[in-house]
Design a protein around this ligand. Structure first.
Ligand SMILES: [Zn+2]
Length: 188
């Protein structure tokens, strides 16, 4: 996850606001940073080439539907937030905010956490989902329907195991386009 809660101040702490995991560890005593969804302890994790993020000490106990904490997925969210800010940069709007890991309690069975969302004060919502883990067409359709049911539009970005011809074809027929996320690994 890219955002943790500081138990002491109740503030949302964004990992991208820090240069290194060391900077986060130096500032927050162990146990002070917790998951916004299950309240369990998280700590910063650094992987070369990926955006700094938080991971659970123990697996997340929340039953809210959310994605696994792979470095690639964290990087994907970071890129989507950047993509969205590019999209709106010509029309900056004080009443629309980009939120990472945006909780939608009325979405789906137990609520969902959107990877990145453009949240308008007037009730509109554009969600960007980064899907890297394998997903069936049925699941993809269900998730899309869950978002539509709460009145949110969604842009899907596929990468890795989720980027199948079947998924890509369906998304294209549904939305006209589909985003892609590619990871290039270097060993320098
Ligand atoms: Zn959690």
């Amino acid at each position: 996850m890219l955002v943790a809660i500081d138990k002491k101040s109740a503030e949302r702490i964004k990992a991208v606001g820090y240069k290194t995991a060391h900077a986060i560890r130096s500032k927050f005593p162990l146990g002070e940073l917790v998951c916004p969804f299950c309240d369990e302890i998280v700590f910063p994790r650094e992987r070369q080439g990926f955006v700094l993020h938080f991971v659970h000490q123990h697996p997340c106990t929340s039953n809210i539907a959310r994605h696994p904490e792979s470095p690639e997925h964290e990087q994907g969210k970071f890129e989507l937030a950047r993509f969205l800010s590019q999209q709106i940069k010509d029309h900056p709007n004080e009443s629309a905010k980009i939120e990472v890991e945006y909780r939608l309690s009325k979405c789906g069975e137990n609520g969902r956490v959107a990877d990145v969302a453009l949240v308008y004060q007037n009730g509109n919502l554009l969600i960007c989902e980064c899907q890297l883990a394998k997903i069936t067409l049925d699941e993809l359709e269900q998730r899309t329907r869950d978002y539509y049911a709460i009145g949110a539009d969604v842009l899907w970005f596929l990468g890795k195991d989720a980027d199948t011809l079947e998924n890509r074809t369906w998304l294209r027929s549904m939305f006209g386009s589909v985003g892609s996320l590619q990871f290039i690994y270097t060993s320098s």
